[in-house]
Design a protein around this ligand. Structure first.
Ligand code: NAD
Ligand code: ZN
Ligand code: ZN
Length: 393
C-alpha cells in the first residue's frame, strides 16, 4: 500500500492567482479523495488554447470562473488512491482525466444522440467537486479545479465518472493529448460531422484541434481536405496530416468563403471551424455547399454570437457544434488510445515541445506565437518516481 493513502500530499502546481497574470509555481496541498473520487499522480499534460483563454480572456470571450485556479485539462496519469465507493479504479491504473463526464446512467449517457453527461456538471464548471469544495489548497486558501480536472498540478482528485482507464502500455506523455484537443478535432470530423468518403472538406485553424480534424477527414477518406490558417507556417504540418491544399485568407482579396466556393465549384461538403472566432464560424458555414453542406463548430467562445444568414440556412446547410468531439468520454477515450497504439492515429506529430512544470508560461507563449502546436509538460521526474511528501491534515 502506498504510504500516501489517506494523507494530504504536498506537491508542486502552477497556480493562476488572478486573471491575465502568468501562472505561479507553488507548493500546494492535495487532500485525499472523498466518496466516488480518485486521486491521480499527473504524469504529463498538454497545454490547450482553452487553458490560455480562461486565464487571459476570462470575462471577455469566456465567462468568469473563480480564482485562484489550477488550470490544465489535457492530461494522463496513474491512480494513487481511491475514495470510498469507487469500484472501477485501483492504485496503479493508467488513466486520462476528463472534463466531460460519462456516468453511463443518465438519459444523455443512454442516448446515442449526445455525449453531454451532466454528472457533477454544475459544480465542476465552477471549479469544485460534489461536496462543494476543491481538493487543492495553497497557503491555507482553497484553489479551484479547472473543469474539475486541474492537471497543472503533480496530483489531482477527480470524480470517478470523469476518468478513463487506459491500457498499461500507453505512453502517458503522448496519450495525454486525448484528454482534449486531439479527441475534439478528430471527433469533430468523424463523429459529429460524419465526414464521408470522397467528400471535400475545409478545416479552419491549424492548431492541434484543426490538425486532428484533418486527420479525421483523412481517416474518413475525404477526397479533398483544404487547410485554412492566417499563419502559413502551419501548412507544412497540415500537409503531413493529410491536407491536399492550404489557403491563407490574408493572401486573397476576396473573402475566404468566396475563395473556397470557387476552389470547389460551389462549396465544400464539410467545413470544420477550429479557431474559436465568430467571424470564422460564419465564413466556415458560408463556405459549405448549398443543399447539403455541413459546418461543425469546434472552436470555443462562451459569450459571443455568430452571424447566420437565414437564406444560407434555408438552402439546406446544416450547422452543428461539437463538445469533446462528440465522444462518450469514459468509454471512447480508451478506444482512441488503442487506435494510436495500433498506428491508426497520429499523436507524436502534434507535439512540438516538451517542457517541465516550472516552464509552463513558456508553453503559453509558444501557443500564442503560433510556434508550437502542442507542448507537453512533464510533471514528474519519472513515471515511477519516489513517493511525495505528505502531512496529516
Ligand atoms: P491553437 O491556438 O493551437 O490553434 C488555432 C489556430 O487558428 C492557429 O493556428 C491560428 O493561427 C489559427 N487562426 C487564428 N485566427 C485565424 C483566422 N482568422 N483564420 C484562420 N485561422 C486562424 O488552438 P487549439 O488548441 O487548436 O484550439 C482551437 C480552438 O478549439 C480553440 O477555440 C479552443 O478553445 C477550442 N477547443 C474546443 C473544444 C471543444 O470541446 N469544442 C475542445 C478543445 C479546444
Ligand atoms: Zn482543451
Ligand atoms: Zn450521464
Amino acid at each position: 500500500m502506498m504510504a500516501t493513502i489517506g494523507r494530504v500530499i504536498r506537491c508542486k502546481a502552477a497556480v493562476a492567482w488572478e486573471p491575465r497574470k502568468p501562472l505561479s509555481i507553488e507548493e500546494v496541498e492535495v487532500a485525499p479523495p472523498k466518496a466516488h473520487e480518485v486521486r491521480i499522480k499527473v504524469v504529463a499534460t498538454g497545454v490547450c488554447h482553452t487553458d490560455w483563454e480562461y486565464l487571459y480572456e476570462t470575462g471577455k470571450g469566456m465567462t468568469f470562473r473563480p480564482f485562484p485556479l489550477v488550470l490544465g485539462h489535457e492530461a494522463a496519469g496513474i491512480v494513487e488512491s481511491v475514495g470510498p465507493e469507487v469500484t472501477k479504479f485501483s492504485p496503479g491504473d493508467k488513466v486520462i482525466p476528463l472534463f466531460l463526464p460519462y456516468c453511463g446512467e443518465c438519459v444523455r449517457c443512454r442516448s446515442n444522440k449526445t455525449n453531454l453527461c451532466r454528472k457533477n456538471w454544475a459544480n465542476t464548471q465552477v471549479g469544485i467537486l460534489a461536496d462543494g469544495t476543491s481538493r487543492i489548497s495553497c497557503k491555507g486558501q482553497q484553489v479551484y479545479q479547472f473543469l474539475g480536472v486541474s492537471s497543472f498540478c503533480q496530483y489531482t482528485v477527480v470524480p470517478d465518472t470523469s476518468l478513463a482507464k487506459i491500457r498499461s502500455d500507453a505512453p502517458l506523455d503522448k496519450v495525454c493529448l486525448f484528454g482534449c484537443g486531439v479527441s475534439t478535432g478528430y471527433g469533430a470530423a468523424v463523429k459529429t460531422g460524419k465526414v464521408e468518403k470522397d467528400s471535400s472538406c475545409a478545416v479552419f485553424g491549424l492548431g492541434a484541434v484543426g490538425l486532428a480534424a484533418i486527420m479525421g477527414c483523412k481517416v474518413a477518406m475525404a477526397k479533398r481536405i483544404i487547410g485554412v490558417d492566417i499563419n502559413s507556417d502551419k501548412f507544412e504540418k497540415a500537409r503531413e496530416f493529410g491536407a491536399t491544399d492550404c489557403v491563407n485568407p490574408r493572401e486573397h482579396s476576396k473573402s475566404i468563403q468566396q475563395v473556397l466556393v470557387e476552389m470547389t465549384e460551389g462549396g465544400v461538403d464539410y467545413a470544420l471551424e477550429c479557431v474559436g472566432s465568430p467571424a470564422i464560424m460564419s465564413a466556415a458555414f458560408e463556405s459549405t455547399t448549398e443543399a447539403s453542406g455541413t459546418c461543425v463548430i469546434a472552436g470555443w467562445t462562451e459569450t459571443e454570437s455568430m452571424d447566420v444568414k437565414v437564406i444560407k440556412m434555408l438552402m439546406g446547410r446544416t450547422l452543428k457544434g461539437t463538445y469533446f468531439g462528440g465522444w462518450k468520454s469514459v468509454i471512447d477515450v480508451p478506444n482512441l488510445v488503442d487506435d494510436y497504439m495500433n498506428s491508426k492515429l497520429k499523436l507524436d506529430e502534434f507535439i512540438t515541445h516538451n517542457l517541465l512544470l516550472d516552464e509552463i508560461n513558456v508553453a503559453f507563449d509558444l501557443l500564442k506565437s503560433g510556434e508550437g502546436i502542442r507542448t507537453v509538460i512533464r510533471l514528474q521526474d519519472s513515471e515511477e518516481d519516489k513517493e511525495p511528501t505528505t502531512t496529516t491534515k
